[in-house]
Design a protein around this ligand. Sequence first.
Ligand code: AMP
Ligand code: MG
Length: 347
Amino acid sequence: MLTKVMDASSTEAIALASRLFKQGELVGFPTETVYGLGANALDRDAVLSIFAAKGRPADNPLIVHIWHRDQLEGLCDIPEGAEPLMKAFWPGPLTLLFPRTERIPDEVTAGLPTVAIRMPSMPCTRVLLRECGLPIAAPSANRSGRPSPTTAAHVLEDMNGRIPLILDGGECQVGLESTVLDLTHGQPVVLRPGGITKEMLEGVLGREVALAGSILRPLKPDEKALSPGMRYRHYAPKGSVTLVEGPEEAVLREMRSRCREDREQGKRSCVLCFTEHLEALSDCDPHDIGSAADQRQVAHRLFDILRKLDQEGMETIYSEVLPPEGVGLAVMNRLGRAAAFRTLRVQ
Ligand code: AMP
Ligand code: MG
């Protein structure tokens, strides 16, 4: 199959994407979080073809994307607490779980009684969702296990020949997947941290929001994943990533010496560091993850850098860490998983 790449702001591209959705085909499209691989959420076969194109396990549910509140009608019930959050953060990078009706095929939710729904804010995404008039089920447009795509080139890298169309909307603004919040069990729980932070959610709800236990550590062997996606190896480059944590000077010293040792053994080694430390680490092939003072910049760059590590054939990678607060929590969830939570704590 030939994969076409078209400018997401062109009318012809939107018309073609919309036609493909109606025919049960897949389209890669941009959102403010990451690129999605979409299909008509009400068409069981189309949804199944998402899993095939990604190589995604069938027990990992998808997020349904809408552009208008009216589309919730008939798809789900609205749990307590959802209204103020939708008002505050939709459209935007917040996915909410809703008790679902039978109109949503089991394949979308992996048989769960809830459906995850989000209203993207990127203008061209909203035009696409409005034009096709369908709820669109879409996971991230990467092959399963790879970092989520944040440019159309990343989508092409993973999906070339597997889907008919990719809409190119440039770099995704947030660069990390949406926050997933479960309100269906009383106490609100963040299942996956993202651009809408725990602190922002608490500000609107006026109550404490819990974090799923496995956000900053691996799942225990007998632990049930609240969010099925957390079970899988994710975001991991082929090389081994190690996080280095501690006082600034000690971290820089440790990264330099580890990188040097690995090179002496003939390994390709590099560091992921803040812009402020590029010079101090100049002999360690530093990859600039953004300013330590700008967590959103680090979020925006992270997946592109993780993909580059594979292209460069890096075997060992040492990375600085952010405090796990605000957007830093989402960054550390993804980076932690890329490192299988391997951490060096230095003094
Ligand atoms: P992706 O779109 O690839 O970022 O994946 C969507 C993620 O949302 C999945 O990995 C799930 O963990 C989560 N998710 C989707 N639907 C549900 C649901 N009904 N219950 C819990 N988590 C969900
Ligand atoms: Mg994904």
